[in-house]
Ligand binder design. Sequence first.
Ligand SMILES: *Cc1c(COP(=O)(O)O)cnc(C)c1O
Length: 419
Amino acid sequence: MSAGTPSVEIPRHGRRSEELWGEMDAARESDVAWHSGRVAALVYLPGDDVAQVAREAYLRFFSENGLSARAFPSLARFEDEVVRMTATLLHGDEHVVGNITSGGTESIVLGLKIARDKARVDQPQIAQPQMVVPETAHPAFNKGAHLLGIEVVRVPVGTDFRVRAADIEAAMTENTILVAGSAPNYPYGMVDPIPEMAALAAERGISFHVDACIGGFFLPFLERLGNQVIPFDFRVPGVTTISADLHKYGFAARGASTILCRNDEIGQYRITTFTDWPAGTYSTPTMAGSRPGGAIASAWAVMQYLGEDGYTRLTEQAMDATRRLIDGVTEIPGFEIYGEPDTSVLAFGSPDYDMAAVATEMERRGWFVHIQRYPAGIHLMLSPGHAPFIDDYLADLREAVALVARGEGTSDGREAVYG
Ligand SMILES: *Cc1c(COP(=O)(O)O)cnc(C)c1O
């Protein structure tokens, strides 16, 4: 709620539930039509059968709380198995430890906390810890760094939109406690040079976090499909922690990601324990206290339902949709894809056009557009379920571009604001 809005109170008398459903459905009428592929981000489309499994599992464990393994050993088992399955997928061994978190942001904040607390022990001489990340790293790194008192240095990418390990090295100081890279990054969908970057961290004995929020449940299957993938997981020496989102390409219900630590020596720093409480000792391995049983159950069920072949098939569908989109975009004179995206995440645009006007015309045609700030363009994160809508999207894009070329398309002046 923003300041100045009239006050709203709990109704004096309770209302009938049927009345609420009507009002809530009416409220969602102006929401983006995600089920018709009108937004390429925020909602992931694995197909109705998968979504149904995710929903059913969530509702089955709707009331249970992941805070207590003693009360709900079922959830403890699901969480443990999700962590183990993810660790194996990302080539970790039996020493890997981790947890399910509420999302990529929490997983990243935990990665940062681990690095900070480990450095307090290993490098006690550092008064002001600092971390080095590419400029493409997710804003969650700055959110976490702010909370934890870590300084962030963001290193610019080259003209090919790739960060150079040499530039990362040049930004490192004696106060650097953590280096991080993305697999892939959000803005351009490209995997950072993780092996070279992690080697820099390993040489100095400091932490290295891989943000595989997007790629954790995508890149391994892309590799199975025979594609060359830059090594980004526990196969890479020096990688200490990895975040991988279950609620993105893991296709689980929202509110689920993983934080994985190479071993318990590293993983111990994710745990917070408070012993001086009248109610007793309180210890949690994540930021959250109470945790939704539904999100944990949903992640386990979807992984079991899809299996490796299911994920591989969905990855193939998402990449087919992406290739068709890339072909269609690059056929429009003057248009290009920014960089060489490794997955189904990409940005495109053209220096010859007012991209804000193109974006506005696309929105007028019912598409929810994320404007890319640099270079000016449009950002997309495609799901397998976008495949049927690619032709419509391209037809509207060609029309929008033609309109702007004739000076008839207009911008509503919007800027690149995420969300
Ligand atoms: C989505 C995303 C995050 C943050 O995840 P949330 O689940 O939105 O908190 C972090 N890194 C990358 C690369 C992402 O795409």
